[in-house]
Design a protein. Sequence first.
Length: 418
Amino acid sequence: MKYTSPRGTRDILPEESFVWRQTVNKIINILENYNFSEIQTPIFESADLFQRAVGDTTDIVEKEMYIFKDKGERMMALRPEGTASVVRAYLQNYTHFQKKKVTKLFYNGPMFRYERPQTGRYRQFHQIGVEAIGSSSPFLDAETMVMGTQIFQELGLKDVNIAIHSVGCDVCRPVIKEKIKSYVESILPNLCEDCVSRYERNPLRILDCKNPNCQTFFAGMPDMNSALCKECNDHFLGVINHLEESEIKYNVDSHLVRGLDYYTKTVFEIRSDLLGAQNAICGGGRYDNLIAELGGRKTPAFGFAIGIDRLYMVLNELGLTKEIQKQTKFLIIGLGVKGQEIAFKTVLILRKRSISAEMFYKDNSINDGLKEALLLKVQYAVIIGEDEIDAQSYTVKNLKEKKQFTVNSLEELISIDN
Ligand code: HAM
């Protein structure tokens, strides 16, 4: 094959696309019930925006951004995530948003990261993300996570469990970092190259190392919770309390750090065992400094993003995608020139009456038409042969029940099952 899709990207074929759209629509319904409104931002932005927002020492910025110079010599990046763009849009359109105390936005679209492709990890992948800007209340953290849980439960994922933790704030983060550094110092010679480089540059990220050898040395890592300042600790306890009130299952994962540097206080992930190594289907948290870092007033915010490619994989593993299939109701098979003409008129009328219908374009074989009907998984094959033309009737085959009957008018055909 001369041309194939770029490594790490894929074509989403019709069956998956159909399930995908139904799934996204269901999610959006829930988001709108929680008062989130859609925002659409460009797929590329100034590279500097992501460097600033996501963090210079993160893998995303250091290794994974698709960066290019445009014809005006500006450094651009394909967006690796949505939060930075939404915050940029929030600040740029501030007069539009400023009257509301809390602005709740969602977005849906492709993101790009130059990662090593593997199951569930792509270079172009899709997220639905939410950003709730303007409140530091632990109710907002809890409510947004409850919404995430509700999304997965309504899609049929029964056992949703939130891994949650607090990464502290400007006051206690340095203490946490120092605690980790002083523990890691003694084990550093045993750790991988990435850990060594993170030791100076971003020690919290050492906790995120997936190298099995490094993991064996992490057992005695200090508990970050004990280093949280009073405000962060109270906030964390508040969030957990509200999750419990909402009967949400969670576990405190004191090694949870996220791949983006803008988080403060709460961070969380929702994972699925069905996914293997890349097991996070949703991740997010609070980012109370980002808006000020990008030039706005200090404004607290909380958000998350769901990976739709991974969500689809989970739904598929659970057999839930089989239930969501597109179905065309009729395939109209017309024999000869006259039969084809009637078939053509019939499908047009059916579609105008909002009934899904397809025409079989070959005019000389009922058998081929019926085979096509099975492939298309239509409910009914409708035959218009010589006898039907003479009698102005339609022979209808119910393919599921394997029954055949005759209807004597178009109105009768239209009213089948209606
Ligand atoms: P993230 O954890 O980097 O967070 O991505 C969120 C989700 O996107 C992941 O849990 C995963 O399902 C999916 N995902 C990430 N990378 C890939 C990939 N290479 N292939 C397939 N799926 C992937 C963020 O992006 C934050 N902006 C979330 C957020 C919003 N935090 C606050 N607000």
